[in-house]
Design a protein around this ligand. Structure first.
Ligand SMILES: *Cc1c(COP(=O)(O)O)cnc(C)c1O
Length: 501
């Protein structure tokens, strides 16, 4: 018989069975929770061996098929081929580099040089299909709050997509100059980019408020639009990320670095907890993953949570050289809490977080979490010295986010003595954060972002991603800056523009 995967809310307040097409269209659940699959499909050794002989597109459509059971095989195949084909990615979409005995999983060889391409190149195809499958007559307006990389990757994924418009809000002080320019130059007639005065959490909570606002919903509905999300709160964003962890394990098998069953530890530079949650789900599917190391920067709210069981966002917010990890509310942690504590306790934790600014999980919950995940953090000085030492010792140049993960992987090994194979997720090209990388190498002068890219190229000899090199001479198209209190008005303005076209 045909197995159907249903989706439920982390807060337990959504009645009825929801399909994957429905939850991808919907984004957030109506009770404020996040959608999760009702069960985690298992991957057997036989399947893993079969997967290790497939290319990335085949792996992606097979693995997505386990979760998105209401999509046909042909639909998933063609979505994966459009997303990960040669127009977008190299023939091996995710690279594995061996450095100092560890394996670095380079997730940033897509069109915007950020790991978010891995999900955001395929998600628009999944959403367009979802509109058709659910018989939706309105078009989707995607709202995105970004700390940098998501915004550009989402804009690029959704530009000129069928029946979808996209509006991106980013914190004016929270993203790099290159990220700003990438977003400001976005092509496409269905896109809008707006800077807000505030930090990432302001942008994210502004977007969340708009999603929860019934007046806005009614006004948009009159214009033939409904809101949807591309943030990693959307299951359609998260599911494709599971693929590369499974693929990496298969690749290590294929290269005979491990045999099936050998435990591989994974370190993930973490912000909103999406990437690491995908790794956790891969582990729960049965992929032989040992410990998952949650790497944070100075905004180490997750490190403290994993050490104490108390999640407390009432703390100083630091703007760091790894801005995509400058986050105090890691939305996808809610999915982990649901998976380990159940809907009832998860809801009460989330209620405490929004009302009091903190929550404490029960002992049994933190113990279950700690069996799989441990937390380390890396401050600014250690981030810089890690970049310098990897370049000087191993001739490997990590970006600022990857450097945080490399440092934390080392801390974990020192503390645990665990010498299993270590896989480290690398989330951005060093060129996307060229000024900070140059500073770390002690080579920064007065150069602007693009001069920094050229100088970094002279020092490292690493090829500059083509699209980044071409960005300098482009003319910015978007330059709006607004107060965070004006976000709703800005959404309605853009919606009017889009409903006319
Ligand atoms: C988004 C991002 C992260 C954090 O990923 P999450 O899924 O939000 O935890 C880390 N590094 C870079 C470069 C990113 O763009």
């Amino acid at each position: 018989e045909l197995f159907v995967m249903n989706y439920i809310s982390t807060r337990g307040g959504v009645k009825g069975k929801k399909t994957s097409a429905y939850v991808i269209k919907q984004g957030l659940a109506d009770d404020g929770g996040l959608y999760v699959p009702e069960q985690i499909p298992a991957l057997s050794e036989v399947e893993m061996c079969a997967l290790s002989k497939m290319n990335y597109i085949q792996k992606a459509s097979y693995i997505l098929g386990l979760f998105l059971t209401d999509y046909t095989e042909e639909e998933l195949n063609s979505a994966a081929a459009a997303a990960y084909g040669s127009r977008k990615f190299p023939s091996l979409p995710v690279g594995l580099s061996q450095v100092n005995g560890d394996f670095i999983l380079e997730l940033w060889h897509g069109p915007t040089s950020a790991f978010k391409d891995m999900a955001l190149q395929i998600m628009p195809h999944l959403l367009s299909l979802a509109l058709k499958k659910t018989g939706e007559d309105k078009n989707a307006l995607i709202l995105v709050a970004t700390s940098g990389d998501t915004g550009k990757a989402a804009l690029e994924g959704y530009a000129d997509a069928d029946r979808v418009s996209i509006q991106v809000f980013y914190p004016i002080e929270g993203v790099s100059g290159i990220q700003k320019k990438q977003m400001a130059c976005q092509r496409g007639k269905n896109v809008m980019v707006t800077a807000i005065k505030g930090n990432f959490d302001d942008a994210q909570s502004g977007v969340k408020e708009i999603f929860a606002d019934r007046d806005t919903e009614a006004l948009l509905s009159e214009k033939g639009l409904f809101l949807s999300s591309a943030n990693s709160i959307n299951w359609g964003r998260l599911a494709p990320q599971i693929v590369y962890y499974i693929s990496a394990y298969c690749e290590l098998m294929r290269l005979k670095r491990i045999k099936y069953g050998d435990l591989v530890n994974v370190t993930v530079p973490t912000g909103n907890f999406g990437n690491i949650l995908a790794c956790y789900i891969a582990k729960k599917m049965g992929v032989p993953i040992g410990k998952i190391i949650c790497a944070s920067n100075s905004n180490n709210v997750l490190t403290d949570f994993l050490n104490t069981g108390v999640y407390d966002k009432r703390r100083t917010f630091y703007t760091t050289i790894s801005p995509s990890m400058d986050i105090l509310i890691s939305s996808n942690l809610e999915r982990l809490l649901f998976m380990t504590a159940g809907a009832k306790r998860c809801s009460s934790y989330m209620k405490n977080l929004s009302e009091k600014g903190f929550f404490e999980v029960d002992n049994d919950v933190i113990e279950v979490i700690r069996a799989d995940i441990c937390g380390f953090y890396c401050g600014e000085e250690n981030t810089k010295s890690t970049i310098a030492s990897y370049f000087n010792k191993y001739n490997y140049l990590p970006d600022t986010h990857t450097a945080v993960a490399l440092f934390c992987a080392g801390e974990y090994k020192k503390k645990s003595g665990d010498d299993s194979v270590m896989l480290i997720a690398s989330t951005a090209s060093p060129y996307k954060f060229a000024p900070a990388v140059l500073t770390s190498l002690g080579a920064a002068g007065q150069e602007n972002d693009f001069e920094a890219i050229r100088k970094l190229n002279e020092i490292s000899g690493i090829k500059i991603p083509t699209r980044l090199a071409a960005l300098e001479s482009k003319k910015p198209r978007f330059n709006t800056v607004i107060e965070k209190s004006d976000m709703k008005r800005e959404v309605l303005r853009f919606a009017s523009e889009q409903s006319k076209s």
